[in-house]
Write a protein that binds this ligand. Sequence first.
Ligand code: TA6
Length: 283
Amino acid sequence: MGVTQNDKTIVLNTASGASAEVYLYGATVTSWKSGGKERLFVSSTSALDGSKPIRGGIPVVFPIFGPPPSSPPEYAALSQHGFARTQTWTLDKIVMDRPEGVSIRLAAPPPPSSFQHKYTLAYVITLTEHQLSTDIHITNTGSEDFIFQTLLHNYLAVPDSTKIKIKGIAEGTTYKDKVLGGKLDKWDGSTLTIDREVDRVYQKVPSQEIEVDDGAGSGFKVRFRGFEDCTIWNPTETTGSKIADMEDKGWEKYVCIEPGYVREFKTLPAGEEFIGAQVITVA
Ligand code: TA6
């Protein structure tokens, strides 16, 4: 029961049998079990030794999303998806430890020396019987505006990604299609399926809620607050087979429904806090 820590991971358990495992490396949630089933996908060929970001679970993306921008220089020098997913975080405190729910707060170390911005980055992970909530807290502790992008890159486990249905994106929602070179389009309001490679950023999703019907009688509801955008990604064989640490046919076993603030940089004035929350419920 409760919270167990070793030098690499923290495990949360509820009395109902739900559990979650979190690597201090990247504050990456690598397992979430609810109703006796694993709900997150981690590639069996992923490194777990801190040599590379973990391929699966819920990597934390910060302070940039995707490839680095051309400016400002200290952002241009960053690696894809930023450094939070490759930093070693620490357990700051146990927020709640009750039979029905367990919650911990992790703190990120200071940024690399090349990234001279003053902020604090914390991550609160809360587990209950059917729900996993993960909230990012970014506070600008400097005296100037701080700009960033952030996203929670969940890999939700599904039995067969070609059979899932993704609902909840309203007609008229603008999306950027990265498969089509970043083309902007308006969503037609239909149900999205993975019948080819999908890599899209839906911008300012009005419902802040997306449902995944896994085509096998279960699924997920992903709700978000603070975050306004949602990236939906499945590489299919087209790109999945080229990802070095992706297990064979791994792309058939997950879909990413990633709440974030990524359509542009978020500007956080000095002294202010940004909270981005994702709540994933088993349907
Ligand atoms: O969130 C979708 C995405 O940005 C895709 O474009 C794809 O490259 C994916 O993330 C994985 O990125 P990674 O750096 O983990 O290989």
